[in-house]
Design a protein around this ligand. Sequence first.
Ligand code: AMP
Ligand code: ZN
Ligand code: FE
Ligand code: FE
Length: 290
Amino acid sequence: MRIDLHTHSSCSDGTDSPTGLIAAAKESGLDVVAITDHDTTAGWDEAAEAGERFDVTVVPGAELSCRLDGIQVHILGYAFDREEPEFARERNLLRDDRERRAKLIVERCRELGAPITWEQVREIAGNAAIGRPHVASALVEAGVVPTVDAAFSSDWLADGGRAYVDKYALDPYRALDLLRASGGFAVFAHPAAGRRGRIVTDEQIAALAAAGLRGIEVDHVDHDAAARDRIRALARELGLVPTGSSDYHGTRKTVRLGQNTTAPEAYEALFAGTNGAAPKRAARPEDAPR
Ligand code: AMP
Ligand code: ZN
Ligand code: FE
Ligand code: FE
């Protein structure tokens, strides 16, 4: 069984539609794939339908923007009830603030001399939960930087960079509470991805583990071998389920689907005690594209 528990579609900053994502997962020989767009569940229904069509198990999820003591933290939430009102409201706030902040980032870029416009970035993003990678694509289109990755330098979009603007983010403890209250569970995404900015301490991870965190991403493209060894040992010590995933973003990043995967035993352990991976079909999707 090949399992990839962290991917993005065009509902956030990936480039494949949910259907395209699942088709690509099939093509890559994956049996299980989670759709974990940033702060939105908008791709769930389409991905679930494609899962049936392509015979791929689709795990519904989301990657939640959190901040802990000033450090940006991403919490992967899985198999939650997206209609639970408090959590749905928080995801709305997160998406609305992404919009406010993206406009400000575009303004900063323009002040710094980049010939991009809000209309252009909005068009690149479509209905997606908008983020820095969409602005990065505009900077590439305008010839300001050669690649999306290059846009994440201190000159432009990196954390604390010249065009960086903060966005609303959840306290991860609140994210854990919201996930628990809506029947889901949490995995800490890329905890040692130092190239993106400051990372949390082992003590901070231990405290989250005590508060109900269920798993932690060990095998991730932004973790080198030493980081993987360290996080794997920490997971064992804290009783956290170790996961591996691609964090696929379509053509916006070079990482391939299934480049890192989760062991079947880990997958089973994650879902033990929950109501399983089957996505709930909502009659009234609260995250309908706007
Ligand atoms: P945002 O949620 O708008 O703050 O953007 C965060 C996203 O930007 C992450 O999910 C990554 O896909 C991407 N990102 C963050 N840091 C980097 C980096 N150093 N290089 C490339 N992409 C990055
Ligand atoms: Zn992303
Ligand atoms: Fe992330
Ligand atoms: Fe991600």
